[in-house]
Design a protein around this ligand. Structure first.
Ligand code: SF4
Ligand code: SF4
Length: 382
């Protein structure tokens, strides 16, 4: 397992982590199996959105004596009422739901207190214009949550949250299918077949801006729905009309700027261990570019997706990184010091491009790389 820094939190998290979907309705033994397999393969990041008391208690029991081995991302606003899950902003319910979570997990803090999902403007205003954000910030001040977070399926809401400066981590749905779709308040629309009937080209600009803004502001992204709820892994259900491999989905998500960890709702130890092997695969094994390149109706033409396929460059320019840093600078309108220093640290710079064209033959997405190198050299001055 490899590990990455999660934004500016200081947390160094495993590239793949454990979600809790597979724990819903599971026996305590199965939960134990999932947790043990996750820890065995080096996962140190657990996301718990569930309000189900048994899921919370089962996980708490599994973590007894090893709380310090994992970072727990728990959701605030996911409550249990009348034996049912309830997403709520009710001041009478949310704090009680948080206390219940800590008690059942047998811990006195969460590493990330994640405001449970905000997908539309009205809810955003309720959360950030009312008592709830104050409550979450108070929890952070008191050390009961170490970092703040917000989950969303809507890139516009996620972007707004990142721009508040109040949110340290976003839990966001990332996969190549969603990335082609414009922001929608109704998350189910992202998966509606009619929205894939027309040819779709390139990453939606708001999603693109979200990733770059998070990277620039040091907001870490934890990825959910990397497999599209499993649909992307199926020839029958994938909107692409053919299945992706799990490692391709994980790698796609982790090559978005600011993405640090993919959490999966694994349902068996086998699934956990399979995903946990991602970090050990070769670049070739997890390369999703050939899959995306050959899609019949969808295209990423002309847009760098940082896949790295264009290497090697005879001069040694890391083209994907140059493009990434340049895009980060463009999204901010000027070159931030942090981006400039990362660019400076590259061994070779865009200005060294000799326009040999070798990379053009290797790029599956017809990115005008020579032009891009010239633009980056202009922006960074070398
Ligand atoms: S230029 Fe093309 S091959 Fe290179 S990283 Fe970008 S998309 Fe991939
Ligand atoms: S065209 Fe420039 S960036 Fe591309 S391989 Fe040649 S030297 Fe490298």
């Amino acid at each position: 397992m490899k590990y990455r820094e999660l934004g500016n939190t200081g947390l160094v998290v495993s590239e793949v982590g454990l979600g809790c979907e597979g724990m819903i309705g599971a026996t305590p033994d199965l939960v134990k199996e999932l947790v043990t397999s996750a820890l065995d393969c080096g996962m140190n990041f657990f996301d718990l959105f569930c309000a189900e008391p048994d899921v919370r208690s089962n996980l708490g029991n599994c973590l007894k004596g090893r709380r310090d081995k994992v970072f727990i991302q728990g959701h605030i606003g996911a409550c249990w009422q009348n034996s049912q899950y309830l997403r709520t902003r009710d001041e009478a319910l949310v704090p009680a739901g948080f206390e219940d979570l800590l008690k059942r997990l047998d811990t006195d803090y969460l590493d990330i207190g994640m405001i449970h999902y905000v997908d539309n403007d009205a809810d955003f205003d309720t959360v950030f214009g009312g008592w709830m954000i104050d409550y979450v910030l108070e929890l952070k001040k008191a050390g009961r949550i170490r970092h703040t977070g917000m989950s969303s399926h809507n890139p516009e809401m996620a972007l707004k949250a990142a721009e508040t400066g109040l949110i340290d981590v976003l839990l966001f749905s990332v996969n190549p299918c969603y990335d082609l779709q414009p922001p929608r308040e109704d998350f189910d629309e992202v998966w509606t077949p009619r929205n894939y009937e027309q040819p779709l080209t390139n990453i939606d600009p708001v999603r693109d801006q979200l990733y770059k803004t998070c990277e620039a502001k040091g907001v870490g992204i934890v990825v959910m729905k990397a497999f599209g709820g499993g649909d992307l892994l199926s020839d029958k259900w994938s909107p692409f009309g053919r299945a992706m491999k799990p490692e391709h989905c994980i790698h796609y998500a982790l090559t978005r700027p600011a993405a640090a960890c993919v959490v999966g709702g694994f349902r068996s130890a086998e699934e956990v261990l399979k995903a946990g092997r991602y970090s050990d695969l070769t670049d070739q094994e997890r390369d999703y570019a050939p899959f995306l390149k050959d899609l019949p109706l969808h295209s990423y033409k002309g847009k760098c997706i940082y896949c790295g396929h264009c290497a090697p460059c005879p001069v040694g320019i890391n083209i994907a990184m140059v493009n990434k840093f340049h895009d980060l600078a463009l999204v901010q309108g000027s070159v931030p010091d942090s981006v400039r220093s990362h660019y400076e640290l590259l061994e070779h710079h865009a200005g060294e491009c000799i326009a040999c064209g070798q990379c053009l033959e290797n790029c599956p997405f017809e990115v005008p790389i020579i032009q891009k190198m010239a633009e980056a050299a202009e922006t960074f001055g070398r």
